[in-house]
Design a protein around this ligand. Sequence first.
Ligand code: SIN
Length: 308
Amino acid sequence: MNEQEGNNLHEKISYTSSMMNIKRMSPVIGAEVIGADLRSKDQSEFNNIREALAEHSVLFFRDQPLLSPEEQVTFATQFGPLHAHPAAPAKEDNEAIFVIKTDSKSKIANGNGWHTDVSCDKEPPLVTMLQLHEVPELGGDTLFSSMYAAYETLSPRLKAFISKLSAHHKSEHVYRGRYSDRGVTDKSHYPSSIHPVVAAHPLSGRPVLYVNPSFTTEIHGLSKHESRALLDLLFTHQSRLEFQVRFQWTPNAIALWDNRSAQHFAMWDYWPQPRRGHRVTIKGAALEQGNEIDSKYYGNLRLSSSRL
Ligand code: SIN
């Protein structure tokens, strides 16, 4: 990116489509959508949201009405067929809904670590939609990090090396016993898959760094020590503050995120207060190897030299 393009990136803080205003929240990732009605049947409004999601990786909608499970499912289904969670219990009256809830009795909270949703599946979900109905007075933010930026800001030699690798994504350590408090009995086995370390985004074709500390356990073809060291390096790099946006929830706000180009982390800093809502995930395809490219988009970033 040349200097002129870099300047334009900062100037393009917001733009207005025919019906909604989209306001960027950081130079790298995330935008707030103002004036959208997610219950609307207007195809052009949905197309604008889909394009905005592809551009910003995560979208936030405040001042939304509390969506019924049917309304949430109707909106989400416009992206494609829904994904069924391999371990979590479905809501009794609507099996597409995953109830997110934490309260004073919780021993664990969903998503309290960097991850992309269910990356242990062979075909992990592409998009997730979460509406929180009850939020703590303080805390409970969700952080998102750009995996486009994480890949592109690696050195050309490391990009070349990891572009040929694949990694195991396992889930038994995440899911065994996880939902026993909701009456779920353990299964005999849990999903595990191998995905490319650098994947091609199915819509943009751009490479993303596709490893995460919650599910990715080892890199195929390296020794245990090499794999651990490389994963630690990639996990540290991909959680750099420069790649992130942080969302402070308000009641009934909605977040819509892309599980290929973004990772997220749901901060559990509000115990014993309750936080609850409904999550729906949309199916994705198996990941394909990404092509090596030089950085084109993040010339504006000046990465801090401090170790995080
Ligand atoms: C998750 O889907 O990982 C939970 C996100 C959140 O509760 O903010």
